[in-house]
Design a protein around this ligand. Structure first.
Ligand code: AMP
Ligand code: MG
Length: 427
């Protein structure tokens, strides 16, 4: 996709800074397109595995699925009614002798001969001799139950579902690369697949960093805040169908962060950290990533979510997301989500984007960056409308929670009321 590559990305430059680990960090601000390309190029490809059907929802097939048998497996009735010989109904209304009853699951043991009918239920196999079904609404049975009066003439094959009408043996059911939804799982079950060859479901760890962070309802002492990034990021992962792994909370200490990261990459396919990647004195995540991995520390010309550290530790991608709550979620959307989708075998990596008419204006200031405004999107009278979701600070998580879209605000002073803006739909 090229949409992000065309955004204006000119930017100022930030002062060079010596990291605590001794590394010289880059001074220039790079475009979102460059940052994304850097990340995507380094993420490993998807891994093929055999997955039980019960765990396959959302996974992507890694091989074509071929039907081994026909679906439906036998000709059966599409209605509750009477199985008849269609030729016998010519001149209806007329009476036919009832010679049996077939429920779904029954094995037919009586043939329908001329002048006869068999009571048949939806899904029951067509009996020999019959080529058509008259629905029960078009029939009346005599008081003694011996004769059915058929009110209408029916042609051959009326309300009959023939064998293989949905799938024929040997037919390709789904191509390789199919994302499996509920309907796909139903089809796989219908052809007797107990498992499917698909790209493995990822396990992705989430680690919060910061001396100020606490977890749970306990009273906060001065300087403390509650860790909100971890639950939000774990939920974003869960929502996109990867297995979230809670790697906990770690203080701003090199050894502690090193241990937590090494633990994370040992048991996960990717790790997300938040905090510790900006310009502060205690931002150790980028220092540790630099020391134990192949890390690039980026200043991206976007707002929120300017800083990003991305590296490979033991070959496992680590996304050093920024600490501000809105920034961590936006960074997840722009970098982690598409990269993890690619690692899961998806080829469509991006959220849906629409043009929306701005309601009430979306203000910003010119700073050389692309801004992502948190907006509520509505579809009304055939078009999308987008209005600010509330406070746009990168610490104001409530607007992010309310938002159903991210408005792409090019450099400048914003988009006026009534003008069009591109919006990334969230979910
Ligand atoms: P940092 O990048 O570590 O300097 O963090 C930037 C801002 O985000 C600071 O105000 C942190 O307190 C805040 N922050 C960092 N991590 C979290 C978190 N897990 N939950 C909530 N806020 C956080
Ligand atoms: Mg911090």
């Amino acid at each position: 996709s090229s949409w992000f590559a065309t955004w204006p990305t000119s930017g100022g430059s930030w002062p060079a800074r010596k990291g605590r680990g001794g590394a010289e960090y880059p001074r220039s601000v790079i475009s979102l397109a460059e940052a994304r390309a850097h990340v995507f190029e380094r993420c490993p490809g998807p891994v093929v595995s055999e997955v039980p059907l019960s765990d396959a929802r959302g996974l992507v097939t890694a091989a074509p699925v071929v039907a081994t048998g026909a679906v439906p497996p036998f000709a059966n009735s599409a209605m509750d009614g009477f199985a008849v010989r269609s030729a016998d109904t010519v001149g209806a209304p007329l009476g036919l002798r009832i010679v049996g009853t077939l429920a779904a699951g029954a094995v037919p043991d009586v043939e329908v001969c001329p002048g006869e009918a068999i009571r048949i239920m939806t899904g029951a196999p067509m009996p020999d001799g019959a080529d058509s079904v008259v629905m029960v609404e078009k029939t009346a049975v005599s008081d003694d139950g011996a004769v059915v009066t058929v009110a209408v003439e029916v042609g051959e094959g009326n309300h009959v579902r023939s064998a293989g009408e949905d799938l024929l043996p040997g037919e390709e059911v789904f191509a390789s690369g199919t994302a499996l939804g509920p309907g796909h799982l139903g089809v796989l079950a219908s052809i007797g697949c107990g498992s499917v060859t698909a790209f493995r479901r990822l396990r992705v760890g989430v680690l919060s960093t910061g001396d100020e962070l606490v977890e749970g309802p306990a009273a906060l002492r001065v300087g403390q805040i509650r860790d909100s990034n971890r639950p939000a990021l774990l939920a974003l992962l869960d929502e996109m169908g990867v297995v979230p792994v809670d790697l906990g909370l770690v203080v701003d200490d090199e050894d502690a962060i090193t241990a937590a990261l090494l633990d994370g990459v040992a048991r996960c396919d990717a790790v997300l950290t938040s905090g510790g990647v900006s310009m502060g004195d205690f931002d150790y995540v980028k220092v540790v990533l630099d020391r134990i991995g192949e890390m690039r520390w980026m200043q991206v010309a976007i707002r929120p979510a300017k800083p990003l550290a991305f590296g490979l530790v033991e070959g496992v991608p680590v996304f050093g997301l920024p600490g501000n709550p809105v920034s961590s979620m936006v960074s997840f959307e722009l970098f982690a989500r598409p990269a993890l989708r690619a690692m899961s075998g998806h080829t469509d990596l991006e959220r849906q984007r629409v043009q929306a008419r701005v309601v009430g204006g979306l203000k910003r200031h010119a700073d050389g960056k692309v801004h992502f405004g948190r907006v509520v999107v509505e579809y009304r009278d055939g078009r999308y409308l987008a209005a600010s979701a509330g406070g746009q600070g990168s610490h104001q998580l409530t607007a992010m929670a309310t938002a159903t879209g991210l408005a792409v605000l090019p450099d400048g002073d914003g988009v006026a009321d009534g003008d069009l803006v591109e919006v990334i739909l969230l979910g």
